[in-house]
Ligand binder design. Structure first.
Ligand code: KIV
Length: 280
């Protein structure tokens, strides 16, 4: 049965996630499509429609390939496929950095057109005014500090954060800025383990780790990495819980062989003139 995506009573709110600081870890995964959201909804607290969708499903080299329209289309699909999880949609690069006014307009569009519970944006001190403005407009915001995929080109690649004193100090400033601006939680990505653990103890909002620390208040992975569907490089911090790539390759090879040998379709997959043969 399709989930009742329209009943707000069933949803885990951003406020409920905020209260999970120091408690049972918050289980988060990315989701981009209706069927995957349906499969994950019963197992996670939070589904992130990450701008990683641009790379994972659309084949872009970086997350800079994501657009507002792309995020909204995938956000709508994930909302339709879930009833319980708190759904957070990423704000794509270019949709919020310029001014708080731009950020509020984009966040309103995302929430208005998808019905998601919150938005996420990358950055700390530099986007604190944007976070505060979106929160003041009544939209919960998840922050994202540490390694920020939207900045990998300007940063010279995927560089782990927290390896120099200067960088650790910057991470503290970012975490404090995001907390003070009113975010309900913050993703810490690609950061030295001890630094991520210390940041988790330092701020009062839940930290969600990815390539960070087991001491974070929750964890997130990209769904395609977690189930072994990723065709290109898989980051060190990913644990693969399944090997769907092999399952799909095996299925495709069997299908191709059966079509070529005229084994498929067989009698069970074709229609005769008798109506009761049409039952699925
Ligand atoms: O876009 C994304 O999938 C993310 C997660 C990796 C946190 O931001």
């Amino acid at each position: 049965m399709a989930p009742d995506a329209s009943d707000p009573e069933l949803r885990i709110s951003a406020g409920a996630i905020r209260l999970r600081k120091g408690g049972v870890p918050v289980v988060c995964l990315t989701a981009y499509t209706y069927p995957v959201a349906r499969l994950l909804d019963g197992h996670v607290d939070l589904l992130l429609v990450g701008d990683s969708v641009a790379m994972v499903l659309h084949g872009h080299k970086t997350t800079l390939g994501a657009s507002l329209e792309m995020m909204i289309a995938h956000g709508q699909a994930v909302i339709r496929g879930s009833a319980r999880a708190c759904v957070v949609v990423d704000m794509p690069a270019g949709s919020y950095e310029a001014t708080p006014r731009q950020a509020v307009a984009s966040a309103r569009r995302i929430v208005g057109e998808t019905g998601c519970q919150a938005v996420k944006l990358e950055g700390g001190v530099t986007v604190a005014r944007q976070i505060a403005a979106i929160v003041a407009a009544g939209i919960p915001v998840m922050g994202h500090i540490g390694l920020q995929p939207q900045s990998v080109e300007s940063d010279g690649g995927y560089r782990i954060k927290g390896r120099t004193e200067e960088n650790v100090a910057a991470l503290y400033r970012d975490a404090e800025a995001v907390e003070k601006a009113g975010a309900f939680s913050v993703v810490i990505e690609g950061t030295v383990e001890t630094v991520a653990a210390d940041l988790t103890r330092h701020i009062s909002i839940p930290t969600i780790g990815i390539g960070a620390s087991g001491d974070c208040d929750g964890q997130i992975l990209v769904i395609d990495d977690m189930v072994g569907l990723t065709v290109d490089r898989v980051p060190k911090f990913v644990k693969q819980y399944a090997d769907l790539r092999s399952v799909i390759l095996q299925a495709a090879a069997s299908y191709a062989a059966e079509v070529r040998s005229r084994t498929f379709p067989g009698p069970a997959h074709v229609f005769s003139t008798a109506a009761d043969n049409d039952k699925e």
